[in-house]
Ligand binder design. Structure first.
Ligand SMILES: Cc1cc2nc3c(=O)[nH]c(=O)nc-3n(C[C@H](O)[C@H](O)[C@H](O)COP(=O)(O)OP(=O)(O)OC[C@H]3O[C@@H](n4cnc5c(N)ncnc54)[C@H](O)[C@@H]3O)c2cc1C
Length: 474
C-alpha cells in the first residue's frame, strides 16, 4: 500500500494528541486577534439623520455612544473596521490611576468607579478586577523618583504608597530579581481589552445607539460655518454634532478639515502566555518587562523599555512639539525608518467625498510584532520569573499607539469648527480612562454636567505658548 503510513496504535494516539494540541494551540492563538480578524460586517442601511455621530469604535467612541444613548440621545457610531480592532483591543489591559498626570485624575477616578459597576450594569464580564499596580525600582534614586508622584496621590486621596523589597516580595511571588522597592497602588486594576469595548458597544446598542462597522467616515459637510453632515462610504448622515474619536487616524482626518492636531505613532509589541501559576494579581511595570495577570490565568507581556516610532513626514512636522516627550523617553524610543514614511508621504492630504478614502484603504491598522522585541520579552520574562520560564507564549501581536506631545489626552469641545468635537491623544493609557472619558465627553455634547473638568485638555495648549511638559508614557 504505497503512500499509506502504517502506524501502530500507540503511534496513532500520539499523532492524534499532537494534532489536538496543534488545533488547541491554533484556537488559543487567536483569542486576542479574533477581534480584528473576523469578517467585516457592513451595515445593511444607514440612518438619514442622527443627533450625534461618533467616528471610531475604540473604547473612547463606544463609551461615549453608551453614555449618550443612556441619556436618550439618538447616536450613530461609525467604525471603518471592527469595534476594538485597533488600540482598544490590542493594549496591555492596565486600568491604572498610578503615575498619571494631574489633569487626568478626576476622569480616571470616575473611570475606575464605572469599571467597578460595569459587569452588573451591562451584564457582561470584561475581566475587570482590582489586582493592584507596581512600578518597580532597582535603585534608591529610582525609588525616590517614583516617590514624587505621591504628592498627587495625597492631593486626590489615592491609596498609592512606596513599598520596600520585603513587602514587594510578599505581593509578587518568585521574582528572580531583587528590586529595591516599588510605587504601589492596591486599588488599580486590569481588564480584558478584547472583551471590554465590544461589550460596551453591545450595551450602547441595547440602549438604542446605532453601531456600524465597516463604515468609514470620509469627511464632514458644513453649512453656514457649522457641521451639517458626515459623509460615510455608504452615504451621508445629517447631523449637527460630530465626535472624532479616531485614535491614530485623528490627525489625518482633522488635517483634511484644516484642523491641526499634533499626533505621532509608536508601535508596541505584545505577547500572551498560556495559563500558568499565579505570581501576582495585577500589573508590574519593570524596565525589562510589563506584565499583567489575565482573566484566563495567563499573562500579557511586553518589553518595559522598547517603543518603536515609525518615522514619517509627521515626525518632522511635529518634531519641535514632541521634543520634550522624545527627550524624556529617548532611551526607550527606537526610530524605525521603514515603509511608513513612503506610505504617509503618498497619502493625499484631502480627498473627494464621493470616492474611496484612505480610511477604506486601511480598514484595520495591523502592524506586525517585532521578532527581536518578542525574543527579548521571552528572555526577560524567564529572568524575572524563573519558575515560569517554560510557560509557552501562545499569541503575539502589535498595536500602533497614538500620542499627543505632552502624552495627555486632547478633548476638544467645539474649539475649531462649530459642531465638531475631538477626543484623542490618549497616549498609551486610554484604555483604563476610556469609560470615564466617554462619560465626560457625553456630558460636553449634551450640556449635562458630568462633574469632570476637561478644560485643561484643550487642543489650543499646543499652540498658545503653554509650555509642553511630557508625562511618562506608561
Ligand atoms: C500596545 C499597546 C499597549 C497599551 N497599553 C495600555 C494599557 O495597559 N492601559 C491603558 O489604559 N491604555 C493602553 N494603551 C492605550 C489604549 O489602548 C488607547 O489609548 C485607547 O485604546 C485609545 O482608544 P480610542 O478609542 O481613542 O482609539 P482606538 O482604539 O484606536 O479606536 C479608534 C478607532 O477609530 C477608527 N477610525 C479611524 N478613522 C476612522 C474613520 N475615518 N471612520 C471610521 N472609523 C475610523 C479606527 O478604525 C479605530 O478602531 C495601549 C495601547 C497599545 C497599542
Amino acid at each position: 500500500m504505497a503512500g499509506v503510513e502504517r502506524l501502530c496504535p500507540f503511534q496513532c494516539i500520539l499523532r492524534r494528541s499532537r494534532e489536538l494540541n496543534v488545533r488547541g494551540l491554533k484556537l488559543s492563538q487567536s483569542v486576542v486577534s479574533d477581534t480584528w480578524e473576523q469578517p467585516l460586517r457592513p451595515p445593511d442601511s444607514i440612518p438619514e439623520h442622527a443627533d450625534v455621530v461618533v467616528i471610531g469604535g475604540g473604547i473612547v467612541g463606544v463609551s461615549t455612544a453608551w453614555f449618550l444613548a443612556k441619556q436618550g440621545v439618538d447616536v450613530v457610531l461609525c467604525e471603518k473596521g471592527h469595534i476594538a480592532g485597533e488600540q482598544s483591543g490590542r493594549n496591555w489591559g492596565w486600568v491604572r490611576i498610578q503615575g498619571r498626570d494631574k489633569r487626568e485624575i478626576p476622569m480616571m477616578q470616575e473611570s475606575l468607579r464605572i469599571w467597578d459597576g460595569l459587569k452588573d450594569e451591562i451584564g457582561e464580564d470584561v475581566g475587570f478586577t482590582r489586582g493592584g499596580c507596581f512600578f518597580t525600582a532597582n535603585s534608591d534614586k529610582e525609588l525616590a523618583s517614583l516617590e514624587q508622584w505621591l504628592e498627587v496621590a495625597v492631593d486626590y486621596g489615592i491609596d498609592s504608597h512606596v513599598i520596600g523589597a520585603a513587602e514587594l516580595g510578599e505581593q509578587v511571588k518568585g521574582a528572580g530579581i531583587q528590586w529595591k522597592g516599588a510605587l504601589y497602588t492596591q486599588s488599580d486594576g486590569r481588564a480584558e481589552p478584547h472583551k471590554a469595548a465590544p461589550a460596551i458597544a453591545r450595551a450602547a446598542a441595547r440602549e438604542g445607539a446605532t453601531m456600524m462597522t465597516a463604515c468609514a467616515v470620509r469627511g464632514i459637510e458644513t453649512s453656514a460655518g457649522r457641521v451639517s453632515a458626515v459623509v460615510t462610504e455608504h452615504g451621508p448622515i445629517k447631523t449637527s454634532t460630530v465626535l472624532c474619536a479616531a485614535g491614530a487616524w485623528t490627525s489625518m482626518f482633522c488635517r483634511s478639515l484644516g484642523i491641526d492636531v499634533p499626533q505621532l505613532r509608536v508601535r508596541g509589541t505584545v505577547a500572551r502566555t498560556a495559563p500558568a501559576e499565579q505570581v501576582l494579581k495585577g500589573n508590574i511595570f519593570d524596565a525589562k518587562l510589563g506584565i499583567r495577570r489575565r482573566q484566563d490565568g495567563g499573562y500579557t507581556l511586553a518589553h518595559g523599555s522598547v517603543l518603536e516610532h515609525p518615522v514619517t513626514p509627521s515626525s518632522f512636522r511635529y518634531f519641535r512639539k514632541f521634543l520634550p516627550a522624545l527627550m524624556q523617553e529617548f532611551k526607550i524610543v527606537k526610530l524605525d525608518f521603514g515603509r511608513d514614511f513612503a506610505k504617509e508621504w503618498s497619502t493625499p492630504k484631502s480627498w473627494r467625498l464621493d470616492a474611496s478614502s484612505p480610511f477604506e484603504d486601511n480598514r484595520v491598522l495591523n502592524p506586525k510584532p517585532t521578532p527581536s522585541v518578542l525574543k527579548d520579552i521571552r528572555k526577560n520574562f524567564a529572568e524575572l520569573f524563573p519558575a515560569l520560564r517554560d510557560t509557552p507564549i501562545v499569541e503575539s501581536w502589535a498595536g500602533m499607539i497614538e500620542s499627543s506631545p505632552d502624552v495627555v489626552p486632547i478633548i476638544v469641545a467645539d474649539e475649531c469648527l462649530p459642531g465638531f468635537h475631538i477626543a484623542t491623544g490618549f497616549s498609551g493609557h486610554g484604555f483604563g480612562i476610556g469609560p470615564g472619558a466617554g462619560k465626560a465627553i457625553a456630558g460636553v455634547l449634551t450640556g449635562v454636567d458630568a462633574g469632570i473638568d476637561i478644560t485643561d485638555l484643550r487642543l489650543s495648549r499646543f499652540f498658545d505658548g503653554t509650555p509642553i511638559r511630557a508625562q511618562s508614557s506608561i
